[in-house]
Every structure is written in C-alpha cells, then in structure tokens.
Design a protein around this ligand. Structure first.
Ligand code: DX5
Ligand code: ZN
Length: 217
C-alpha cells in the first residue's frame, strides 16, 4: 500500500477549494488537514469551519491531524464538519483510551500521532484499538522542515510491534517527506505519506504528485 496524503498546509489558503480539487485530480488518496492552535504547537492554522467549507471540493477521505491541546473537546465538531479520520497527539492527552473510544463512537477512523522524540513503545497496549498511527518526522508546527532521520527506525519498530496485535494498522509518516526519501520510508514499513511542500512546490501539483507516485511504484 502506498497512500499519498497531501497536506493542505502548503496550499494557497486564498483558494483552498481549488487546490483540493487539484490534488484530487492529481491522484491524491487522502486530504491531510493540519489543525494548529498556537498552544500545542507554535502556529495557528484552521478549524472546523474551514473543514466544513472545503469538504464539498473532494470525495477523498479527509484526514484531520489535530495539533491542539484538549483535542477531545473538538472531536465531534470535526467529525460533523466532515472528517473521516482524526488523529490526536499522544503528548496532548492524559486519557488516551477514552479519547480513542470517543473517536470510534463518532464513527471516524481513530489515529494517534507521536512527536519525533516520543517512542513507539507507548502505543503497545492501545495498538489493537487504532486504525492508524501518525509518526511525525519533524517537530510539528510548520511545513517545509527537514526530515529527522532517526524516525525511520520508529517506522520499523512500529511495524514489528503491529505484526501480531494489529496487522491492518496504517502507518503514516508526516514531515519532510519528498521524492528523495519516500521509497526508503515505504521500505521501512510506512503505508501513508503526508507531503506538503513536496506536493505544492512551485505549484506544479500534478508533476510533483507524479514524482512521488513513481517512487512508490
Ligand atoms: C507539520 C504538519 C505537516 C506539514 C508537512 O506540523 O503536520 O503535515 O504540513 O509539511 P512538509 O511536507 O512540507 O514537511
Ligand atoms: Zn500533519
């Protein structure tokens, strides 16, 4: 499996609808929506009202990555706005099991995101309950940062951990993914690749998507 999830953080915010149509036509698998609150991460992006406004522009799954404190308080609103899958940061939540159960209850796919320095071992017990895990390969907050190399081992470790307990787990990697490293990340065991700058660079969306896709072939 090689799913590409363009991050709209690098899109043209004055023309988000058009850019979502463009990534859909260019062969994206999921639309990755980065939600930042200026507290969990040092940047502010978009909220549920924007998700609702852009939802009609694609039939692809909307994958909402919550980089916010108290994410549980907003699960229902994002689900209602059109999120098909929601991931929250392990570092932002005390009651992980309850939060995962809330997502299931809402009928969205449940994911947990780990910051680069958070070891995958923290997920051991909750792993069977998850649809996906998002491994951050940059410190969250901004697009266009450099890939942190030690996160490759985390992909391998997590894939190994999931072999018995959750063989269908989707491993998503986010941050600094580009045409030069995507194949290596797939070989390490990642299934879904978030890419912001690598998709929107020079606004050559189709060309950039094709370059990424070629590497996964
Ligand atoms: C970072 C976000 C990422 C980001 C990826 O906090 O979670 O989704 O937009 O951007 P690139 O691909 O440019 O590193
Ligand atoms: Zn993200």
């Amino acid at each position: 499996m090689g799913l590409i999830a363009p991050s709209i953080l690098s899109a043209d915010f004055a023309a988000l609808g058009q850019d979502i149509t463009a990534i859909t036509q260019a062969g994206a698998d999921w639309v990755h929506v980065d939600v930042m609150d200026g507290s969990f991460v040092p940047n502010i992006s978009i909220g549920p009202m924007v998700v609702k406004a852009i939802r009609p522009y694609s039939t692809l799954p909307f994958d909402v990555h919550l980089m916010i404190v108290h994410p549980e308080q907003y699960f229902a609103e994002f689900a209602k706005a059109g999120a098909d899958m929601i991931s929250f940061h392990w570092e932002a939540v005390s009651h992980i099991d309850r939060a995962v159960a809330m997502l299931k209850e809402l009928g969205v796919k449940a994911g947990i995101t780990l910051n680069p320095a958070t070891p995958v071992s923290v997920l051991k017990d909750i792993l069977p309950c998850l649809d996906y895990v998002l491994l951050m390969s940059v410190n969250p907050g901004f697009g266009g940062q450099k890939f942190i190399p030690y996160t490759v081992n985390k992909i391998k470790e997590l894939r190994e951990m999931a072999l018995d307990s959750n063989p269908d787990l989707v491993i998503q990697i986010d941050g600094g993914v580009d045409a030069a490293n995507i194949r290596m990340l797939a070989q390490a065991g990642a299934d879904c690749f978030v890419a912001g700058s690598a998709v929107f660079r020079n606004r050559a969306i189709q060309e950039n998507m094709d370059l990424l896709r070629e590497q996964l072939a």
